[in-house]
Design a protein around this ligand. Structure first.
Ligand code: KIV
Ligand code: NA
Length: 264
């Protein structure tokens, strides 16, 4: 398998070939996803929720994310690994954004970075890409702004459609190689996808995006509690793992494990 680079994603858009992106936060899952042929892995700041147990992505720090990026890069040598810039690490200025992106490239060995926002972060995207770092943008519902967006709500409805299109064009013009659209009406996401020359990656944005992304724990049924409407569970890994832990503990208690074949 060849190493995936941004131009491959561009070619896939040109040829109408859809692709899947997944999050990953460690070496072992990154290896499995690479073996499954997933071309792009995102070390999302959703690690805040699924790795660190925070309620939102707001508190997670650069120092909490960089070690996760290193593990994913080692586990998936052919995937394009994108690292999310966390809340507070890029909004102030293009200089701040470039300094943070550089840390993720140098210390995390990521291949690209992702940040949230449209028009308002275009200068940041321009500064990072000018330094030779590919940027994936993220528009529509942007979880780091949950407090100002009034909760987990679909974006780009009604009057919001115009702003969404403006944001999509702004990030493409600033140099982004791809853009995530989260919780956007399928019709608007389709319009944006046809309008842009860079690939769109949907999450809760319908079937007309060039690619799709899900948090892997959601995709694999490893998340506890209720999941969003846009999630489909392709496995029940959580039930399997809980069952395995319980079976192991039961065999230890009963003396069935370890058996003779596990002993020296
Ligand atoms: O952090 C994340 O997991 C994300 C994706 C869901 C797009 O930003
Ligand atoms: Na994110």
């Amino acid at each position: 398998r060849t190493k995936i680079r941004t131009h491959h994603l561009q070619t896939m858009k040109a040829e109408g070939e859809r692709w899947a992106m997944l999050t990953a936060y460690d070496y072992s899952t990154a290896r499995l996803f690479e073996e499954a042929g997933i071309p792009v892995l995102l070390v999302g700041d959703s690690a805040a929720n699924v790795v660190y147990g925070y309620d939102t992505t707001v508190p997670v720090t650069i120092d909490e994310l960089i070690p996760l990026v290193r593990g994913v890069v080692r586990g998936a040598p052919n995937a394009l690994v994108v690292a999310d810039l966390p809340f507070g690490s890029y909004e102030s200025s293009p200089e701040q954004a470039l300094a943070t992106a550089t840390r993720f490239m140098k210390e995390g060995q990521a291949h690209a970075v992702k940040l949230e926002g449209g028009e308002r972060v275009a200068p940041q995207i321009a500064a990072i890409t000018a330094a030779g770092i590919p940027v994936m943008a993220h528009i529509g519902f942007t979880p780091q702004s949950v407090n100002s967006l009034g909760g987990f709500r679909v974006q780009g409805r009604g009057d919001g459609a115009e702003q969404l299109v403006a944001d999509a064009i702004a990030v493409q013009e600033a140099g982004a190689f791809s853009v995530v659209m989260e919780m956007v009406p399928a019709e608007i996401a389709g319009q944006v996808t046809r309008k842009l020359t860079i690939p769109t990656v949907g999450i809760g944005a319908g079937a007309e995006c060039d690619a799709q992304v899900l948090v892997w724990q959601d995709m694999a049924g490893y998340t506890s509690g209720k999941t969003a409407k846009f999630v489909k569970k392709f496995a029940a890994v959580g039930d399997d793992l809980r069952g395995a832990a319980a079976a192991y503990a039961a065999e230890v208690r009963s003396g069935t494990f370890p058996a003779e074949e596990h002993s020296f």
